[in-house]
Design a protein around this ligand. Structure first.
Ligand SMILES: [Zn+2]
Length: 329
């Protein structure tokens, strides 16, 4: 299979707190481009800092981006941040302003008019909707598709993975919200199938970008989640790794532990970590997307709360980022 699990790479990113990151070296990882950091010029006109996936920037007809927490007006999550979700703590009008800032940052406008944005009530499902305009009633689901220029499809995340699919031949796009639940339900695999059904997409024409999310360095999960992945995917067990929890006394006096076990120090409990990006990458490959056409962001939300919102790292009190994709008019 594509993943080279015998090879390991990379030191942990800052603030991880886990130690050395053990992460399978993907057979073709294309790092995302970090857009130039552009600080707000004035108090009135913040500028969204947006992350893009390098392979998708090649299409002049395509607009896409993954927001960060930087460049907004929210003041409830530390500093002034670009919260794009209607959260309990933030004001509705500030989030609306932030969304306009983000859309402008993406370039989703014509003659100073912003394009309409389609989002959903996300429920960790495998429901996917194909849209050609802004729906009259809010949609519930976790995937959106379109071939219509001039509308922006958005997915909100704060640890879950955003995944963008682009049919380079038929000029169609899809965007998906893949937490562990949606991943077990195969939302991106279904996304490829739905693009085939609606647009005649061939998997070999698809480019995929997996955006920032909580990565294997930080995504500790319970054994019941491993059971679910193992029951769904032949490669399920390969998506997990275990790390013994650290013990400061053991770290300081390792010799004590070589021969005898001092009283009160039993076998260390193990922590289980899920590699959600690899799970989605494998799913895309199984659906026929070429490994070389899948790019994976190197940014872990939990490691990089300076740049990104992380629901877990910030104990549930945080903003939401948006991944967005659109076809130019
Ligand atoms: Zn991490």
């Amino acid at each position: 299979m594509a993943a080279q699990c015998s090879e390991f790479t990379g030191a942990c990113q800052p603030n991880c707190g886990i130690g050395t990151m053990v992460r399978p070296l993907l057979d073709k990882v294309v790092a995302t481009n970090m857009g130039a950091v552009e600080k707000s010029r004035t108090h009135e006109t913040p500028k969204a800092q947006v992350v893009t996936a390098a392979p998708l920037t090649a299409f002049s007809w395509l607009i896409h981006g993954f927001s960060t927490r930087q460049g907004g007006r929210s003041d409830v999550y530390g500093g002034r941040s670009l919260n794009l979700g209607f959260t309990k703590q933030d004001s509705h009008s500030v989030v609306e302003q932030n969304r306009r800032t983000f859309l402008r940052g993406l370039g989703a406008s014509k003659n100073a008019r912003l394009w309409p944005l389609v989002t959903q009530r996300q429920v960790h499902s495998d429901l996917i909707h194909c849209v050609d305009s802004v729906p009259e009633h809010p949609l519930t689901g976790d995937g959106l598709l379109t071939r219509t220029p001039g509308i922006v499809l958005g997915i909100l995340t704060a640890d879950c993975l955003p995944v963008i699919l682009v049919d380079s031949k038929r000029r169609a796009v899809g965007i998906f919200h893949a937490g562990w639940r949606g991943t077990v339900k195969r939302i991106v695999e279904k996304g490829v199938g739905e693009m085939q059904r609606y647009f005649g997409t061939r998997a070999r024409d698809l480019k995929a970008a997996i955006g920032p999310g909580i990565y294997a360095c930080c995504y500790a999960v319970g054994p019941e989640i491993r059971e679910q992945f193992e029951s769904q995917f032949t490669y399920g067990s390969e998506l997990f790794h275990e790390i013994k929890e650290s013990d400061p006394i053991r770290d300081k006096y390792p010799l004590l532990f070589l021969s005898a076990r001092p009283p009160g120090h039993s076998e260390l409990p193990k922590k289980l970590f899920l590699d959600l990006t690899e799970a989605n990458r494998r799913q895309l490959v199984c659906a026929g997307v070429a490994a070389r056409n899948i790019s994976v962001s190197p940014l872990c939300t939990s490691c990089r709360t300076d740049l990104l919102f992380s629901h877990r790292a910030e104990k549930g009190v945080t903003g939401r980022m948006m991944a967005a994709v659109a076809i130019r008019k």
